[in-house]
Design a protein around this ligand. Structure first.
Ligand SMILES: [Fe+2]
Length: 207
């Protein structure tokens, strides 16, 4: 676990233990799922399962995600696991998993503009996450957090002296890692310039 402060807000990073197996599971799933072009729904040019909102069945991924969220993250942030859920539906009596996560596939020149995860449907998430399924940090488009303050304009000529003055903050992320952050944190993905396919699973945790 690594806790990183991004403009004063806590961001957490964990490594999946069964990355190889889970990567295989997600890659197989990405081929079966409906991947829609998101350029109209989002200010982006990637493909995603987000629009179809099919319930994605990825048992290995789901099991490890649950372990990270309920066992590790819950303790590290000091919010009891009883106060958080991966269920996207608001129905307490619902016995389905119905998680709110989606697969994003980036091919050459794709990107995702600055956005946050507030007001997703009828609920605001408690936290949001991005899991890096297939990702080469040397070549693939990087995830960034966007400065919510006027500092980048105000201190334009001094952005080099303080990281907090910069427009974008990038974390050191490797394949197999998940980052968890408050849903109001602005973030995006640079233009993907490599010929590799870059795949992530993004999603939300609720109250
Ligand atoms: Fe996002």
């Amino acid at each position: 676990m690594e806790e990183i402060q991004v403009w004063g807000f806590p961001t957490f990073k964990y490594k999946f233990e069964n990355q190889r197996k889970i990567r295989e599971e997600i890659l197989q799933n990405a081929n079966k799922q409906t991947l829609d072009d998101m350029s109209e729904d989002w200010n982006a040019s990637c493909k995603s399962t987000a629009a179809s909102r099919e319930i994605i069945t990825m048992p290995n991924f789901h099991k490890e995600l649950k372990n990270i969220i309920y066992e590790k993250f819950s303790k590290d942030i000091n919010i009891p696991s009883s106060k958080m859920t991966l269920k996207g539906c608001s129905n307490e009596s619902c016995t389905e998993e119905c998680p709110d996560y989606w697969i994003n596939v980036y091919t050459k020149n794709d990107h995702q503009d600055v956005h946050y995860h507030m007001n997703e449907g009828d609920k605001t998430p408690l936290f949001s996450f991005a899991y890096f399924v297939k990702y080469d940090p040397e070549k693939d488009a990087q995830f960034y957090f966007y400065n919510p303050s006027p500092a980048p304009n105000m201190y334009e000529e001094f952005t080099g002296i303080r990281p907090a003055f910069k427009e974008r903050m990038k974390l050191d992320i490797s394949e197999g890692e998940i980052i968890i952050f408050p849903p109001f944190m602005l973030h995006g993905v640079d233009k993907h310039l490599s010929d590799n396919t870059r795949i992530t699973v993004a999603g939300n945790i609720y109250r």
